[in-house]
Structures are given as structure tokens and as C-alpha cells.
Write a protein that binds this ligand. Structure first.
Ligand code: SIN
Length: 278
């Protein structure tokens, strides 16, 4: 069977068919890399993908980063367990974000494998931030290129953060280190060279030299723009489905619309590099 690409929406995401990830040839890896860079997120359905396959595929992209907050798979700290039990109310990743943007060298990407999915619900939304940036006005683009923004894990994982007082708090590691980092608001993508809007609702706090109150109107304008249907797609999970997204050029949002049902996903995060301004 030969590999083929099927865009999920005009703005974001592509399904790769005819590829067995556990037996991936170098030529199919090269096709997958190109698709990942162009579409921001790739999806492969019906994969037989053990935890060792997951680790081996991840290592073809780079070093693995261990998430400071998520629970880990027994004996395999490299694999984070993104889980919501049937009696739990709050999910992990239930708002638009880019993984690890609060790190000085943010993650290159994340590889998520669906292990147990609700009969209906629990889809994930994705947004393409290079395509979103391209369609801003020239005046706004020029202003954004001169800015940097502070990112932090505190507003989600810190004291008083989004998960405080929720039933997710007991699932997360109790002692995960918090992290802050300043990044250009428009980055030059390390592999594609494209300009990318690099702020996100979960982890961006404010622009450098601006207060949070001053920053929010412009941030909210950018968030509303980036989440338009033109730049987003919605992915329906099935068991054995694998997705890999680029954390420099996309955001994602795990929808929490499946109360009373269980969902378990396994994630590996790949290390990235410090990000340069466009
Ligand atoms: C995440 O933010 O990594 C979770 C995505 C998902 O569960 O769909």
C-alpha cells in the first residue's frame, strides 16, 4: 500500500493513509515530515502502536521531554498519560494552548496515541498559527514583529491557576516545577522558515513592557482571529489513532464534552530549540 495525504480542512491538519508507523520506512518518514511542516498536525488511523513503537517513533524526531505535571505511564516516564476517568469533571488540555510554550526552548512537537476513547465526544481542535499570521494586516504584522511576550506555566498549573480546586489537581504530579520564558511574538519557524504567531491563550501572560491589562485586548483579538474556521480543524479520535502536532506552528484544544465517559491518551513530547524572531 502506498502512502497518501488527505487534508482534514483547508486550514489545518492532514490525514496520512497507507502507512504503518511501527514499520516506517525512511521515505515514508520523509513524506510525514513534509506533511507535518506544511499542515501543522498529522493523523494516522488504525495503528498497531505499542509503547515501544511510540518511543521508537518519537526518537526519530529528537530527544524526549518529560512533562513536569502530567501523570506517567508505569515504568515509562517518557510517556505522559492524558487521562479523564468517567467520574472526573475536568480534563487535561481543555483550552487552546501550545505545549510547553513556557519553556525557554519550547517543545518541537507532541505525539498522542488514543488508547481508550469515549463513544462520542472528546474530539481535539487544532489551529494553524502560520496561516493565521499570514492573513493579518501588514500594519498589525509589522507591530507584532517588534514585540516579545512572557509565557508561564503558572496560570494553568501554579497556585490559583486554572486547575486549582478542580478534580484534576489530584491526578497531576504534586511537585512539578513551574517555568517562565520570554519569546518573540512572531517567530521564524526553525524548519520551514515561515513566520508564525507565537502567543497562546493558556500560557501567554503579557507583552514585554506592557501590563496584563494592556496586553489582553490585543491578545484576545489575535486569539479570536487564530480560532476562525479558516485556520482550524476538529479531529475525531478512534482507538489506535495517532496524531503528531507541531508545537511551534499550532495550538490545540481537547474538548471536554463527554462527561460520564472515560478517555485515555498517551503522549510523548519532543524537545525543541529556543525560538528566533522573524
Ligand atoms: C494535550 O493537550 O496534550 C491533550 C490533547 C488531547 O487530549 O486531545
Amino acid at each position: 500500500m502506498s502512502a497518501s495525504l488527505h487534508p482534514v480542512s483547508p486550514g489545518c491538519g492532514v490525514e496520512v493513509r497507507g502507512v504503518e508507523l511501527a514499520r516506517l520506512s525512511n521515505s515514508d518518514l520523509s513524506l510525514i515530515r513534509d506533511a507535518f511542516h506544511e499542515h501543522g498536525v498529522i493523523f494516522l488511523r488504525d495503528q498497531t502502536f505499542t509503547k515501544d513503537d511510540h518511543l521508537a517513533f518519537a526518537r526519530r524526531w529528537g530527544e524526549i521531554v518529560i512533562n513536569e505535571h502530567f501523570p506517567e505511564l508505569a515504568d515509562t516516564p517518557e510517556i505522559a498519560v492524558v487521562i479523564k476517568e468517567a467520574d472526573q469533571k475536568t480534563n487535561i488540555g481543555g483550552g487552546w494552548h501550545a505545549d510547553h510554550s513556557y519553556d525557554p526552548a519550547p517543545a518541537l512537537g507532541s505525539i498522542l496515541v488514543a488508547r481508550d476513547v469515549p463513544e462520542c465526544g472528546g474530539d481535539t481542535m487544532f489551529a494553524h498559527l502560520a496561516r493565521a499570521f499570514d492573513t493579518l494586516s501588514d500594519g498589525l504584522k509589522a507591530n507584532l514583529r517588534s514585540l516579545r511576550a512572557l509565557h508561564s506555566s503558572r496560570q494553568i498549573y501554579g497556585p490559583g491557576g486554572a486547575y486549582e480546586g478542580t478534580d484534576l489537581k489530584q491526578v497531576l504530579k504534586a511537585d512539578g516545577a513551574l517555568s517562565d520564558a520570554m519569546h518573540p511574538v512572531v517567530i521564524r519557524h526553525p524548519e520551514t522558515g515561515r513566520e508564525v504567531l507565537y502567543v497562546n491563550p493558556a500560557h501567554t501572560i503579557r507583552f514585554e513592557g506592557w501590563t496584563r491589562e494592556e496586553s489582553l485586548p490585543l491578545l484576545n483579538h489575535l486569539y479570536a482571529h487564530a480560532t476562525k474556521p479558516d485556520f482550524t480543524c476538529r479531529h475525531r479520535w478512534t482507538p489506535g489513532c495517532v496524531a503528531m502536532w507541531d508545537n511551534r506552528s499550532t495550538w490545540h484544544h481537547a474538548l471536554n464534552d463527554y462527561q460520564g465517559q472515560r478517555r485515555e491518551m498517551h503522549r510523548i513530547t519532543i524537545a525543541g530549540t529556543a525560538l528566533d524572531a522573524a
